[in-house]
Design a protein around this ligand. Structure first.
Ligand code: ADP
Length: 458
C-alpha cells in the first residue's frame, strides 16, 4: 500500500507526478529549493518542504535531506522523476535501507545498468546486439588505439558513467584518437567523478529508437512500443515521436522482443527504456538503458492510452501487471517537442528570467506538460526545458499539422525560447518525410538561414 509519496524533483515532472497521485488518491509531499518556492508543483502538492538553497548540489541532489524530509512527512514511497537522483544507485539504496519504497528498479539494477560497459555485457549475453566495441572499459591509450583500429574508424569514446550526452568524443582517425581519448577520460572524470571510458564504432547517420518497458515485481515484462528520438542537438533530444516513421512491423516486433530480453536479463522492475541505434539497413544495436521514467514518456501514453506514471506507482505498490504484450495497441501517431528557454540566435544560450505573458496552446489533439505560467520567473540554476508540447492524430500527417498549429499559438513573452526553431523543423520537408537521423539538426542548421527559425511569425 502506498498512501503518501515524496516527490524528489522539480519542474514539469514533479507536477506530472502530483497529477498522477491526485488521480490515484495518494497524498503528495513536494520538496523545493529556495529558488522554487513559487513553483506550481509546490503549490499543487498536499505538503511541501524546503530542502536547501537554489543550487542543485545543495538541495535536489542532497540524498540525506530527501530521506530526512521523507521521514518527517512519514511517506511510504519516493518518486525520483528523471535527472537529479533518479539514476543514483546510492540514493535508491538509502531508500531501501530506510524502508521507503523507491519508485523505480532495485538499487543493484540501477548500479549495473548505469555502468554502460556492464550494461553492454549483460544485454549481449541475452542475445541483444550491441554496437561493436571494446569488451569493457580501457585505461591505456595504446591499448585503446589497438581496439579502435580493430573496430575501424570512426569510433566514439564514451564514459561508462555517461549521461545527458556528456563525456562522448568521436575520433575519425588514428592521429586524432590519442588526443580525443585523453580528453574523454578527463571530461568523464570531471562530469561523473569516474574517468573510465570505452570505445565503440561510431555509426555515421543512425536513428535513435528506444523501447518503453514496463516490468512488475512478479516477473512480468512487456514493452509499449518505440519512440523515435533521432532529432537531437549535441546528443540531446529535441523532438520524439511514435511510431517511428522508419520501422516496419517486423522490425518493431523483433526490436521489442530484444528490449524485453534486455530488461529480463537485468531483473528489471518498474518503467524503463532500452535505447537502440538503427542504421539505414535496419541493423539495430543496444546503446544504453535508462532506469527511470523519461522526459518523452508522454508520447507513449498518447499512442497506447496507458498512464506510465500511474503504472509506475502501482508496480511499486506490488500490483501485478494485468496487461499482456498482445493487449498493447498503437492506435494513433503522437509527437513531442521540447520547448527550452534558450536563445537559438546566441548558440542556444540558456535564457532564464520572468515570463511576462503566457498562453499555452490547446484544442483537439494537443497536450502541454509544463510547470510555467505568466508571471513565473525561470531560475538560472536548472535545466532549460520549460515545456513539452505533445500533439496526436490518426496519422503522422495530422499529428504534425496539429503540432505546427499548436506551436503557432504558443505565446511566451519576456524570454527567448526554442519554439520558432522547433516549428521550422516541424515544417521542414526532410523531417516531414520521416528521413531524420541523429545528424539531422546539424544538416538542417547548415542549410537553413537563421531568419527562418528565429521568429514565430506564421
Ligand atoms: P547519454 O547517456 O549521454 O544520453 P547515449 O549513449 O544514450 O548517451 O547516446 C546519446 C546519443 O549519442 C545517441 O542518441 C546518438 O545520437 C549518439 N551516439 C551514441 N553512441 C553512438 C554511436 N556509437 N554512433 C553514433 N552515434 C552515437
Amino acid at each position: 500500500m502506498i498512501s503518501k509519496i515524496l516527490i524528489a524533483n522539480r519542474g514539469e515532472i514533479a507536477l506530472r507526478i502530483v497529477r498522477a497521485c491526485k488521480e490515484l488518491g495518494i497524498k503528495t509531499m513536494a520538496v523545493y529549493s529556495e529558488a522554487d518556492e513559487q513553483s506550481l508543483h509546490v503549490q499543487l502538492a498536499d505538503e511541501a518542504i524546503c530542502i536547501g538553497p537554489a543550487q542543485s548540489h545543495l538541495s535536489y541532489l542532497k540524498a540525506d535531506r530527501l530521506i530526512a524530509a521523507a521521514e518527517i512527512g512519514d511517506v511510504d514511497a519516493i518518486h525520483p522523476g528523471y535527472g537529479f537522483l533518479a539514476e543514483n544507485p546510492d540514493f535508491a539504496e538509502q531508500c531501501e535501507v530506510a524502508n521507503i519504497k523507491f519508485i523505480g528498479p532495485k538499487s543493484q539494477t540501477i548500479r549495473e545498468m548505469g555502468d554502460k560497459a556492464v550494461a553492454r555485457k549483460i544485454v549481449k549475453e541475452a542475445g541483444v546486439p550491441t554496437v561493436p566495441g571494446s569488451e569493457g572499459p580501457i585505461k591505456d591509450d595504446k591499448e585503446a588505439l589497438k581496439v579502435a583500429k580493430e573496430i575501424g574508424f570512426p569510433v566514439i569514446i564514451k564514459a561508462v558513467a555517461g549521461g545527458g550526452g556528456k563525456g562522448m568524443r568521436v575520433a575519425h582517425n588514428a592521429p586524432a584518437f590519442q588526443k580525443e581519448f585523453v580528453m574523454a577520460q578527463a571530461e568523464a572524470e570531471k562530469a561523473f567523478g569516474d574517468g573510465s571510458v570505452y570505445v565503440e564504432k561510431y555509426l555515421e547517420a543512425p536513428r535513435h529508437i528506444e523501447f518503453q518497458i514496463l516490468a512488475d515485481e512478479h516477473g512480468n515484462v512487456i514493452h509499449l512500443g518505440e519512440r523515435d528520438c533521432s532529432v537531437q542537438r549535441r546528443h540531446q533530444k529535441l523532438i520524439e515521436e511514435a511510431p517511428s516513421p522508419f520501422l516496419t512491423d517486423e522490425l518493431r516486433q523483433e526490436m521489442g522482443q530484444a528490449a524485453v530480453r534486455a530488461a529480463e536479463a537485468c531483473g528489471y522492475q518498474n518503467a524503463g527504456t532500452i535505447e537502440f541505434l538503427v542504421d539505414g539497413e535496419g541493423n539495430y544495436y543496444f546503446i544504453e538503458m535508462n532506469t527511470r521514467i523519461q522526459v518523452e514518456h508522454g508520447v507513449t501514453e498518447e499512442v497506447t492510452g496507458y498512464d506510465l506514471v500511474i503504472r509506475q506507482i502501482k508496480i511499486a505498490a506490488g500490483v501485478r501487471l494485468e496487461l499482456k504484450q498482445e493487449d498493447i495497441r498503437f492506435f494513433r501517431h503522437a509527437i513531442e517537442c521540447r520547448i527550452n528557454a534558450e536563445n537559438p540566435s546566441r548558440n542556444f544560450a540558456p535564457c532564464p528570467g520572468e515570463i511576462s505573458l503566457y498562453y499555452a496552446p490547446g484544442g483537439h489533439g494537443v497536450r502541454v506538460d509544463s510547470h510555467v505560467y505568466g508571471g513565473y520567473t525561470i531560475p538560472p540554476y536548472y535545466d532549460s526545458m520549460i515545456s513539452k508540447v505533445i500533439t496526436y492524430g490518426r496519422t503522422r500527417r495530422l499529428a504534425l499539422d496539429r503540432m505546427n498549429r499548436a506551436l503557432s499559438e504558443y505565446l511566451i513573452r519576456g524570454i527567448e525560447t526554442t519554439t520558432p526553431f522547433t516549428r521550422a523543423i516541424i515544417n521542414d520537408p526532410v523531417f516531414r518525410n520521416g528521413e531524420a537521423t541523429t545528424r539531422y539538426i546539424e544538416e538542417f542548421m547548415n542549410r537553413t538561414p537563421k531568419s527562418f527559425y528565429l521568429s514565430n511569425e506564421p
